[in-house]
Design a protein around this ligand. Structure first.
Ligand SMILES: C[S@@+](CC[C@H](N)C(=O)[O-])C[C@H]1O[C@@H](n2cnc3c(N)ncnc32)[C@H](O)[C@@H]1O
Length: 400
């Protein structure tokens, strides 16, 4: 049985803190959970299963399909191992090859050297066997081979996603400080929004959270937005199955949402970009846009989730102004958002204290290198008298 026919180990990587949501997605798609790490989940399946994951997964970054596990103590060992793999049966000499890696082993100081060794081993083998070799370079436009080498233990994968899955393709106008699409999807899931009730996103910027909420609420597979994945360049690529999977995904998506998605921002430029991005994502009809201060965001009856990703660093605003803004968000929650669950995604814990409300949960996420929290506030309607007192020591801290 060839590598592409048999069940193999698949690792889906994700941003730090996202793995509980990725796990939920994998289980929902019927995949077994073999191992869970902070930045990825291990499952198993065939290369066709890897295609399915690339189509449906919202919170994962890359779908890695295991080629070979080995032990290596030196770059020479690595070269020898890779030279023994029958690459000519796995990829075409016409393809474009890119090698990426995560390396933490004493004999290699710069992982680019490991990439070069891998690439050399593969193309030298092609020369020997066929007299021709694939082109190679840093772009992820064809076959992507990923090396994970820690200590003596090496794992070699096909990165079946090619470009990371966060690049959905709809964000043509990213603006300043945009959130990664896959992280935004995890935040929407953490906010418990699955299409029931309303999703309100003041300070929407380029619209990532609102667009991800719409895709989720409509049950639209995010992979439908992309025409290019790494698996398409492997010899095991089953194009007719890919077309069938896409057709099935399109057929099961809903046409309309039950609740409303409202996206507002004080910047006209941001709303223009968010609208354009929503159009590219094909969800513009499901979103209501408005240029306004966050405090004037229309809040429909019926409850749901209100999620804000305010500026939190010196990059976008000054400290004093930001403190006032976070205090203002607390007032906005209290006065206008009763009956909703309120969320603030921030990387600045000093500022989050200014909100002045009791947090129900503080959920850890990493936005690139920045440690962030999604703060949850339950905004009760009516009678709970003590609901808005400051009491951070009573917060339930999860995932920390
Ligand atoms: C960190 S960005 C949001 C990024 C967004 N999550 C994305 O993925 O593009 C913060 C946004 O808050 C907006 N903003 C700043 N002050 C505001 C205010 N007083 N009212 C409404 N929006 C505001 C900015 O225009 C900016 O688009």
């Amino acid at each position: 049985m060839s590598l592409f026919e048999r069940k193999n180990r698949i690792v889906v990587t994700c941003a730090g803190g996202v793995s509980p949501y990725l796990k939920e997605e994998l289980v929902g798609l019927g995949f077994p959970i073999l191992n869970e790490e902070t930045a990825g989940i291990e499952t198993e399946g065939t290369i066709d299963d890897a295609m399915k994951l690339n189509l449906h997964i919202r919170t994962g970054q890359r779908v890695l399909f295991l080629i070979h596990g080995f032990t290596a103590q030196s770059p020479e060992d690595l070269y020898r191992t890779l030279s023994g793999i029958p690459w000519e049966g796995l990829i075409s000499e016409e393809s474009y090859l890119c090698v990426t890696s995560f390396v933490d082993t004493p004999t290699i100081r710069d992982n680019r050297f490991a990439n070069l060794k891998c690439k050399d081993a593969i193309v030298d083998r092609f020369y020997q066997k066929l007299g021709r070799r694939p082109d190679s370079g840093p772009e992820r436009k064809g076959v992507v081979v990923h090396l994970h080498w820690v200590g003596k233990r090496g794992l070699l994968f096909f990165d079946t996603s090619g470009e990371p899955l966060s690049r959905r393709g709809y964000r043509k106008i990213p603006l300043k400080a945009p959130m990664q699409e896959t992280l935004a999807a995890a935040v929407v899931l953490a906010a418990g929004w699955k299409g029931e009730g309303n999703f309100i996103n003041p300070m929407c910027g380029s619209g990532t959270l609102a667009i991800e909420a719409a895709l989720m609420g409509l049950g639209r597979a995010p992979g439908l937005l992309r025409s290019h994945f790494g698996f398409m360049y492997l010899k095991g690529y089953n194009e007719s199955l890919w077309k069938a999977l896409r057709k099935e995904a399109r057929a099961t998506a809903k046409k309309q949402l039950r609740g409303r998605i409202v996206a507002t921002d004080i910047s006209l430029e941001a709303i223009r970009a968010a609208r354009q991005n929503a159009m590219t994502a094909g969800v513009e009809q499901s979103l209501d846009f408005k240029v306004c201060d966050y405090s004037e965001t229309p809040i429909p009856q019926g409850g749901g989730a209100i999620v804000l990703n305010p500026p939190y660093g010196e990059r976008l605003g000054e400290r004093k102004e930001l403190e006032e803004m976070y205090q203002g968000i607390g007032d906005f929650f209290k006065k206008r958002c009763q009956g909703y669950r309120g969320y603030i995604f921030t990387g600045n814990f000093g500022l989050s204290k200014k909100v002045g409300l009791r947090t129900k949960r503080r959920i850890l996420f990493y936005n690139g290198e920045i440690e962030c929290r999604l703060l949850e506030y339950e905004l009760y309607e009516g009678s709970r008298k003590d609901q808005f007192s400051i009491s951070s020591h009573q917060s339930t801290i999860i995932n920390e």
